[in-house]
Write a protein that binds this ligand. Structure first.
Ligand SMILES: [Zn+2]
Length: 132
């Protein structure tokens, strides 16, 4: 049996489902009601790490600072996923300069449980201080 995920609540559903039996959303309408950036940010809540990773990479490439806090929350929700945490630091570095980016990196440098992620965030902050 093939499995899809509801784009809204991420419950497992079959591909032919048009309205999610768990959250009630009409899938096609929901997908079209949000802009791309908002859907990428929402995808940071997906239960599968590879799906979250695609959203993290895309958000870094797009560079919109509104992704800063959602990326930090994603990193802190998955504290043992160091690969994901490091990709989030890399994504944060690529956001357009501003307070949101610096605050996000500072939060990870202080609060992330993984030493490698804290160190990468601190190095990113130090590099930005030299080349703002
Ligand atoms: Zn749903």
């Amino acid at each position: 049996m093939r499995i899809n995920y509801c784009g809204h609540c991420f419950a497992e559903i079959t591909p032919e489902v048009q309205q999610c039996p768990f959250c009630g959303i009409v899938l096609r309408e929901w997908a079209h009601s949000l802009d791309y950036e908002t859907r990428l940010i929402h995808t940071l809540g997906h239960p599968l790490a590879d799906v979250r990773m695609r959203a993290i990479i895309a958000l870094g490439k797009r560079g919109d600072p509104q992704a800063a806090n959602p990326l930090v929350r994603c990193a802190l929700r998955h504290p043992i996923d160091v690969v994901e945490g490091l990709e989030i630091v890399a994504g944060l570095r690529r956001l357009r300069p501003g307070g949101a980016r610096s605050k996000a990196l500072d939060r990870l440098a202080r609060d992330h449980p993984a030493h490698a992620v804290r160190r990468a965030a601190a190095e990113a902050l130090a590099g930005m201080a030299l080349n703002p």
